[in-house]
Design a protein around this ligand. Structure first.
Ligand code: 1GP
Length: 256
């Protein structure tokens, strides 16, 4: 399998210290088609780097509609962040092929992957092998409940870094530390730093990033790409603030 354009770009950005911003659209939270159009236009205006589409449980029929809307009105790379093997759509640009390495549920480590691999191969989506790690964020999240896994304790950085390192040694190309959608607490500075210090592959951080202080802390601790969903569902102005913060950090590196 060749390294695709999106992964290559993330690796290059990491080497240069450039930070990136992904907006997560959960199709279940979309009530009207016009909502997606408005949000995607805002993402384009404020130079959001990636749009993630997916959810732990999608009960409506919006998944494909959201992806086709994003693709038809923007050129922002659209990446599927699947909650299960049903969330595949060839019109996206890439899929995070998630192995839930923080858990011990074989279905989430390899089972769902066996079902989806032939379909994904036919789809021609860029496949990004990703070590997905749920970190305890204070209350049970949909991701931990739906995946039937126990998250890594939020105060055990060495368990997190050893897990991420094992994922890298197994050949995974990204690590995604997730507190879960709407997490009460974001992932701690010590967990992000410890993981970042132990791996060379790009690091994604998400879950509960709902203030600029939290976003800044995640980025300064070593996140290469941050993902924000819930806070933007509540207030789209937050997208503008995060985008400005990231531009400011990248400009300080003297990169454009
Ligand atoms: C969840 O990391 C994402 O999987 C985003 O989390 O919705 O809390 O921003 P939020």
């Amino acid at each position: 399998m060749n390294q695709g354009d999106i992964l290559r770009e993330l690796i290059e950005k990491k080497e240069r210290g450039i930070k990136s911003f992904a907006v997560l659209i959960d199709p279940d939270k979309i009530n009207e088609f016009g909502d997606v159009v408005k949000l995607v236009n805002l993402c384009a205006t404020h130079k959001v780097d990636y749009i993630f589409v997916g959810g732990s449980l999608i009960v409506n029929d919006n998944f494909k509609t959201v992806i086709s809307a994003v693709k038809s009105i923007s050129s922002i790379p659209t990446i599927i962040f699947p909650g299960n093997s049903m969330q595949i759509d060839p019109s996206a640009d890439a899929i995070l092929f998630l192995s839930l390495i923080s858990g011990r549920n074989p279905e989430m480590l390899i089972g769902q992957h066996v079902h989806s691999a032939p379909i994904i191969k036919r789809s021609k989506l860029e496949v990004i092998p990703t070590g997905y790690m749920l970190i305890n964020s204070g209350k049970q999240t949909s991701a931990s409940y739906m995946s039937n896994t126990t998250p890594i304790p939020g105060n055990k950085p060495v368990i997190a870094s050893s897990t991420a390192l094992a994922g890298e040694m197994l050949g995974l190309q990204l690590i995604y530390l997730d507190g879960g959608s709407g997490a009460e607490e974001p992932i701690s500075e010590s967990i992000i730093k410890e993981v970042e210090n132990n791996i060379d592959i790009p690091l994604i951080v998400g879950g509960g990033l709902n203030t600029i202080e939290r976003v800044t802390q995640a980025l300064n601790s070593g996140a290469d790409l941050i993902v924000v969903g819930t806070a933007i569902e509540k207030d789209q102005n937050f997208l503008v603030d995060v985008s400005m913060k990231i531009s400011e950090m990248n400009e300080a590196l003297n990169v454009h």
